[in-house]
Design a protein around this ligand. Sequence first.
Ligand code: 13P
Length: 249
Amino acid sequence: MRKKIVAGNWKMNTVISEGENLVNGILKRMNEVKNATVIVAPPFTHLYLVAQLLKGSTIRLSSQNCAAEDSGAYTGGVSAKMLISVGAQYCIIGHSECREYYGETDEILYVKLQQALKNNLIPIFCVGEVLAEREANRHFNVVRVQLENTLYRLNDIDFEKIIIAYEPVWAIGTGKTASPEQAQEMHAFIRQTLSKKFGAKADNTSILYGGSVKPSNAKEIFAKPDVNGGLIGGASLVADDFIAIATAF
Ligand code: 13P
């Protein structure tokens, strides 16, 4: 089923006490959220505590990344198995910040997808073009290649587990949102590209939009037929804003 999902990517924000307050603020208003699955993705250091706070609620827990390796001498690495062991259920993979700052290539991301899937972590897989690529009218091509290099290599069973996030890099943290029409156009393109490989299964994939989603623009973006929710950065750090977005369907 194509589920409606609102996920909060906290990025490298909050110390543990702030994270605890944020989760409690979201929990307090969760009864208002009727139509969406809510996911929070705090930093690694917060996952265990947040998992305890979320017990008995419907909020799901995600990490922001995972290692490409199983275990061993990879200083600083956090494996998919470790993440499952502290209560994470989802894992963001391929965020543009990780692609850019940590040199994560499509090849590495494909291995990370396999690591997550093998350990029963559900990937939230990010794709998106940078500004120069959109200006050169190459955005569809760029996203198609990102999909072909990664998700196209999964089997049907694994593909059905994936959540996709389209995040145009030029809209992340810039206050510049893609218009609802630009989002719909790319989401429909992503679905069509995936249907070439996975057929009707692509109809069921949730494709989230990310990039400067706020309470004031969430409703019109989420109203588009191929936009099945959002991956929220800045606005997910304020409980009331995050709830306003999660109720914008
Ligand atoms: P902003 O909502 O802060 O633009 O961030 C979007 C994002 O990168 C979510 O993963």
